[in-house]
Write a protein of this length. Structure first.
Length: 225
C-alpha cells in the first residue's frame, strides 16, 4: 500500500503534523512562561492571593470533601483506573484505545517527574495534607487532565447517545477543575503549579489524540488499499 497514491492521504497527514507542531509550540510557550515566572518569583503574588482565598472559605466539611476529591488525581487511583480501562479495551480487542491510555498515562508520569526534578520548587506551607516531593508542576492536575481527558475523547468517539456523552463530558471537565482546585485549597500546590499542570497535561493529551487519529487513518487506508 502506497499512501502517496491516495488522493487525500498526504494532505491529511500534513494537516495532522502541522496541527500537532502548532499546538506544541503554543503549549510550550505558555508552560515556559509560567515556569519562568515561578523561577523569577513574579507569580508568587497571585499564588498568595489564591492561598489566602482558600483559607477564607475553609471549613471542616469542605476540607473533608476536598481530600476525597484530590484522591481522584492520586497515583494509586489513576494507576488502578488506567489498568482497569486497559484491561477493558483488551477484552474488547480495541488495542488502539488500550495503547492510547498506556501511552498517555505513562507519558504523563515521566514528563511530570522530569519537570519536577528540573525546577525543584518547594511546596507551600503549611498544608492540610501530607505531601512529598517537589511542587512544580502539579502531578495530580496533570494526571487528572490526561486520564479524564482520554476518557472524554474515547467517549466522544463511541456510539453512545448524545445525552450520555454530554453527561460524561460534564463530569470529566468538572473533576479536572475540582482536582486542580483541591490541590490549592489543601495547600499542596500553588496556583502556578496547577496552571502548569493543566498546560503540560493538555499537551500530552493532544499528542495522544493526534497519534491515535493518525494511526486510525493509516489503518483505514491500508484496509481500503
Amino acid at each position: 500500500m502506497n499512501i502517496r497514491n491516495k488522493k487525500n492521504g498526504p494532505w491529511l497527514l500534513i494537516v495532522f503534523y502541522i496541527l500537532t507542531l502548532s499546538l506544541t509550540v503554543i503549549g510550550m510557550n505558555r508552560f515556559l512562561k509560567v515556569a519562568e515566572e515561578v523561577q523569577e518569583r513574579e507569580a508568587w503574588g497571585i499564588d498568595k492571593i489564591w492561598i489566602d482565598e482558600a483559607k477564607q472559605i475553609a471549613s471542616p466539611e469542605l476540607t473533608a470533601m476536598m481530600k476525597d476529591i484530590t484522591e481522584l488525581g492520586s497515583v494509586p487511583w489513576l494507576l488502578t483506573g488506567t489498568v482497569l480501562i486497559i484491561g477493558f479495551f483488551f477484552i474488547r480487542r480495541q488495542f488502539r484505545f488500550a495503547m492510547l491510555f498506556a501511552m498517555g498515562m505513562l507519558g504523563t508520569s515521566v514528563v511530570n517527574t522530569v519537570l519536577k526534578d528540573v525546577y525543584e520548587r518547594t511546596r507551600p506551607t503549611p498544608s492540610l495534607i501530607e505531601v512529598q516531593g517537589y511542587s512544580f508542576p502539579s502531578g495530580h492536575t496533570m494526571g487528572a487532565l490526561s486520564f479524564f481527558g482520554l476518557i472524554l475523547y474515547v467517549t466522544m468517539k463511541s456510539t453512545l447517545s448524545y445525552r450520555i456523552k454530554a453527561m460524561v463530558a460534564g463530569t470529566c471537565l468538572l473533576l479536572i477543575l475540582l482536582i486542580g482546585w483541591s490541590r490549592i485549597y489543601l495547600g499542596a500546590h500553588y496556583l502556578t503549579d496547577v496552571v502548569a499542570g493543566y498546560v503540560a497535561g493538555t499537551m500530552i493529551l493532544i499528542h495522544c489524540i493526534v497519534i491515535n487519529e493518525m494511526d486510525g487513518y493509516l489503518q483505514r487506508i491500508a484496509t481500503r488499499g
